[in-house]
Design a binder for this molecule. Structure first.
Ligand SMILES: *Cc1c(COP(=O)(O)O)cnc(C)c1O
Length: 396
């Protein structure tokens, strides 16, 4: 078994490269021993011929392994400075695989402000299977311990949180997780490894919706996990193979291609994000702007410590604070597209209460700030002037 895992391991020379070099080369050596192609071939095959029973070149059936997928898994691992990457057909399939590590009676502590689909998976699927979830605010890491008991197994953190842009101190939570022998999982979709690398801060599992910034072009749905511990990696590979929620080779190729410009895109997402956050903050019709780069963001200091930039995700509310005022703005936008999702090169606007977070009950939503007038922006890589002009005409 170990011989097969060997092909997934990030070679140590990759670990020594700097981030921008890794986006291009991380885990990509010897991707095509047949013809030395520079780009990873799309191995669009379900099966592989064997010389004699059990004798093969490391791949036997594409649910358990595919060379294009392995190239992507090594790339994702190298970006996070981790050892093992494991990819899935979607971000939620990746979280689903993590949850399959646990048994009925086990408890999971999760941030209370999180992606609506994760909340739905936790409460509508895994709660029925006997796993218990506690949703707690983790902005004050010291208070997490109150919720830990002998059944707790995992702490699940999203930071920045979706859509409220709260920041959670990964290092502080990791210390608590270690003290109680719990796993710490971090959904790193919003930050990407360009801005934040949770394994280096003590997390055990990184999760990505590669649909978002890693893919970066809104043309693919995919998920991934990165871990350092070999035994944990083997358990997750086993779940990937046994449950079968794998991505196809064509999609792996697209995400690999997206990753090659991750650093360039993120740099521009950060610049445009800052310009738009500052524009919104000055606008008299806007009430609150949620963006971790502001000095007065409650956890700005932690954001500065654990992130190398503040990203292009911004949420805001209107002074009118009504559903109608938000609806009017998103309907009038022309450069921003009204759509779910985020992290693509194009700018998107979303209305969390009716779109991404509709699966969270209204009272729960409003407790964490997802009011009817909240609009979430995924700022793309267009010219900031055009984006600001678009917001200006829509806000009126
Ligand atoms: C989109 C998203 C997910 C789910 O990923 P899919 O690829 O849509 O399944 C999970 N977490 C966050 C933060 C997301 O934005």
């Amino acid at each position: 078994m170990i011989a097969q895992w060997a092909q997934y391991i990030c070679y140590s020379n990759i670990q020594e490269m700097k981030f921008n070099t890794k986006t291009i080369h991380g885990g990509q050596e010897n991707i095509d021993p047949g013809y030395n192609s520079v780009m990873p071939p799309i191995y669009q095959t379900s099966t592989y011929s064997q010389e004699s029973p059990g004798k093969n070149k490391g791949f036997e059936y594409s649910r358990s392994g595919n060379p294009t997928r392995s190239a992507l898994e090594r790339s994702m691992a190298s970006l996070e400075n981790g050892k093992f990457g494991i990819s899935f057909g979607s971000g939620l399939a990746a979280i689903d695989a993590i949850l399959k590590l646990f048994k009925p009676g086990d408890e999971i502590l999760s941030t209370n402000d999180l992606y609506g689909g994760s909340y739905r998976l936790f409460t509508r699927i895994f709660e029925n299977l006997g796993i218990k979830f506690r949703f707690v605010g983790m902005q004050d890491a010291a208070r997490i311990e109150e919720h830990i008991n002998e059944n707790t197994r995992l702490i699940w953190v999203e930071t920045p949180t979706n859509p409220m842009m709260n920041i959670i101190d990964i290092e502080a939570v990791a210390r608590i997780a270690k003290k109680h022998s719990l796993l710490l999982g971090v959904d790193n979709t919003f930050a990407t490894p360009y801005l934040q690398r949770p394994l280096e801060l003590g997390a055990d599992i990184i999760m990505h919706s590669a649909t978002k910034y890693l893919g970066g072009h809104s043309d693919v749905v995919m998920g991934g996990l990165v871990v350092n511990d070999r035994e944990l990696a083997e358990r997750l590979y086993f779940i990937q193979k046994a449950s079968g929620a794998i991505p196809g080779p064509q999609d792996c190729f697209l995400v690999l291609r997206g990753i090659k410009t991750l650093h360039l895109r993120m740099q521009r997402h950060c610049e445009n994000g800052e310009a738009i956050a500052r524009f919104l903050k000055k606008n008299p019709k806007i009430a609150k702007v949620y963006w971790p780069g502001f000095d007065d963001h409650p956890n700005h200091e932690i954001a500065k410590k654990q992130m190398s930039g503040f990203g292009g995700m911004i949420s805001f509310t209107t002074k009118e604070n009504t559903l109608e005022s938000a609806t009017k703005i998103v309907e009038k936008l022309k450069v921003f597209t009204l759509a779910e999702s985020l992290g693509g090169v194009e700018s998107l606007a979303g209305h969390p209460a009716s779109m991404t977070h509709a699966s969270i009950p209204k009272e729960e939503r409003e407790k964490i700030g997802v009011v009817d007038s909240l609009i979430r922006l995924s700022v793309g890589v267009e010219d900031a002037e055009d984006l600001i002009a678009d917001l200006e005409q829509a806000i009126g």
